[in-house]
Design a protein around this ligand. Structure first.
Ligand code: PGA
Length: 249
């Protein structure tokens, strides 16, 4: 059985006091989150504070990005060893905002995936199509290309220590969630594609859905056979809303 995983992607949001209040709010409602593994991914500046605030809670934490290199003259960047040093378990790689706004290619994303695992971090690999690509019936081609780049770089075995988040770009931050059936179809495509390479790894791999998930729609999505929790943006910034999503896991 795959344990659902609900991860909050805070994006570029939060001061220290806001983060402290958010973690306190999440902790106070955790008792009735029965099933899901709960993860928060704050901005780099808040990781230490969040780590301390989460102590003993059972909630994991991670980062939203990493550099492919370990150290050196890369002004403004943060590396895998630094995240490991902060006790991160997870790191998001290939989020569509990084692909679109910072020019991260499939190959760069694959190298980030590799760098994460080299330092004992579990990558949450984001894949997803734009609205134009969906309208053109290119969803599966796009997702296959995004997955192949990583599989070709690290091999299928590496997916034994990874999470994949399917995030249709048109659903991120728009309020336009994919229907449970639309999401399930792509999740099944991803799992089948990886199962062709290694059935056991595909079967154990947790596939999150992301894109305008909130308390009101989480249950329908997470109830699908190939959806194992979610990657949550906007709703993860509000303790009660995030908890409602976690409770649906
Ligand atoms: P959203 O973001 O929940 O605000 O749509 C999801 C994400 O970008 O991971």
């Amino acid at each position: 059985m795959r344990r659902p995983i609900v991860a909050g992607n805070w994006k570029m949001n939060g001061t220290q006091s806001e983060a402290a209040a958010l973690i306190e709010g999440i902790r106070s409602g955790l008792a009735d989150v029965k099933n899901a593994e709960v993860v928060v991914c704050p901005p780099f500046t808040l990781i230490s504070l969040v780590a301390a605030a989460l102590d003993g809670s059972g909630i994991s934490y991670g980062a939203q990005n990493l550099n492919v290199y370990d150290a050196g003259a890369y002004t403004g960047e943060v590396s895998g060893p630094m995240l490991r040093d902060l006790g991160c378990t997870y790191v998001i790689v290939g989020h569509s905002e990084r692909r679109a706004l910072y020019g991260e290619s499939d190959d760069v994303v694959a190298e980030k995936f590799r760098a994460a695992q080299q330092h004992g971090l579990v990558p949450i690999l984001c894949v997803g199509e734009t609205l134009e690509q969906r309208v053109d019936n290119d969803t599966e081609t796009v997702i296959a290309r995004q997955l192949d780049a990583v599989v070709d770089t690290v091999g299928i075995e590496a997916f034994g220590q990874a999470v994949i988040a399917y995030e249709p770009v048109w659903a991120i931050g728009t309020g336009m969630t994919a229907t449970p059936e639309q999401a399930q179809a792509v999740h099944q495509f991803i799992r089948d594609k990886l199962a062709a390479l290694d059935g056991a790894i595909a079967d154990g791999l947790r596939l999150q859905y992301g894109g305008s998930v909130k308390g009101a729609n989480a249950q329908g999505l997470f109830g699908q056979p190939d959806i194992d929790g979610g990657l949550i943006g906007g709703a993860s910034l509000h303790a009660e809303e995030f908890l409602n999503v976690c409770r649906a896991g």
